[in-house]
Write a protein that binds this ligand. Structure first.
Ligand SMILES: Nc1ncnc2c1ncn2[C@@H]1O[C@H](COP(=O)(O)OP(=O)(O)OP(=O)(O)O)[C@@H](O)[C@H]1O
Length: 298
């Protein structure tokens, strides 16, 4: 398990990360979302042990990551700008990874050659940005990390390659219990992959939730009455309410069965309970805690 406690990072006087607590269990695919400048990259670099926090603790299975070579050999970070020794070929980079990561697996390296179909003897600086990103994944997944930390990983990759890489990640999570942390601005891009979402805004955490909990916990109710009852949803947390003509739309938190019971008691002339997209859930959840989503995500 990865745990963060009372973590802060200052650059000069600016506090760019200020997080009380995060817990990420093994085998989680964790989406870290936030707008430009929210603090995602700074947080990921601290999680990877690349930069030192100003204060607080980051532990993986209770060992601190910073300056911990043994632990770092189980963690791979892919930055938003691929960073390589530019004059190395894929073959030479693989030698470097073999030295850094004792769990580097030859069979996988060869298997990925068939998947990515790039010339292993060519120098990486001759590859396009998207091809270089493929090389990052090729090497990272060959190293079989326990923790894979990805900063905007899908930028510049075409749809087919994205799908292939997502499948490879899911395979490693299922087979090896790999933990993955992925930063993105874009909820739609990561929602099919992640089972947990954290949203960071101006360095602070505003949401940290299991996606299944979110989906089973929030419902959209469209309802019409002859006369609006006083007690409708009085015992529930209503995240949003609007009226279009005679139809009321409520976004309600709570157990579906309890919500249905409350509706039946209110004797509506029309009622529909609809599923929400993940994006809608976040918009309403954020509204519920006083944030306009527009300013938090793109
Ligand atoms: N080395 C640095 N020195 C000074 N300030 C920095 C440094 N690195 C980051 N910052 C500041 O910290 C804040 C958070 O930056 P960070 O790169 O972590 O955000 P981000 O959420 O990854 O943004 P983006 O989505 O645009 O990549 C920004 O205000 C940035 O200017």
């Amino acid at each position: 398990m990865l745990e963060v406690k009372q973590l802060s990072k200052k650059f000069g006087k600016d506090v760019v990360v200020d997080i009380e607590h995060i817990k990420i269990s093994r085998g989680t695919i964790y989406g870290l979302l936030g707008s430009n400048g929210a603090g995602k990259t700074t947080l990921l670099k601290m999680l990877s042990g690349i930069i030192k926090p100003t204060s607080g603790a980051i532990t993986f299975e209770e060992s601190p990551i910073y300056e911990n070579r043994e632990l770092k050999a189980r963690v791979v970070f892919i930055p938003d700008q691929p960073f390589f020794f530019q004059h190395y070929s894929i073959k030479q980079l693989a030698d470097f990874y073999r030295e850094q990561y004792p769990s580097f697996d030859e069979a996988r390296f060869l298997e990925f050659e068939r998947i990515f179909k790039l010339d292993t003897k060519k120098k990486v600086h001759t590859f396009s940005k998207g091809m270089q990103r493929q090389v990052s994944f090729w090497l990272a997944l060959s190293a079989q990390p326990d923790y894979l930390i990805l900063d905007e990983p899908f930028d510049g990759l075409d749809a087919v390659v994205r799908k292939k890489i997502k499948n490879l990640i899911i395979r490693d999570v299922a087979e090896r219990d790999m933990t993955v942390i992925i930063s993105s601005h874009n909820l739609r891009e990561v929602e099919d992959l992640c089972n947990y979402i954290g949203i960071i805004h101006k360095g602070k955490y505003v949401i940290d939730r299991d996606i299944d909990d979110l989906k089973t916990d929030v419902h959209k109710v469209q309802i019409a009455f002859k006369e609006i009852p006083d007690r409708l949803f009085k015992d529930f947390h209503v995240l949003h309410h609007e009226t279009r003509g005679s139809v009321h739309m409520y976004i309600v938190k709570g157990e579906l069965e309890d919500i249905k019971q409350s509706i039946t008691l209110s004797n509506p002339i029309l009622c529909d309970i609809l599923p929400l997209t993940l994006e809608e859930i976040f918009v309403y959840e954020m509204e519920g805690i006083g944030y306009a989503m527009d300013h938090v995500l793109v």
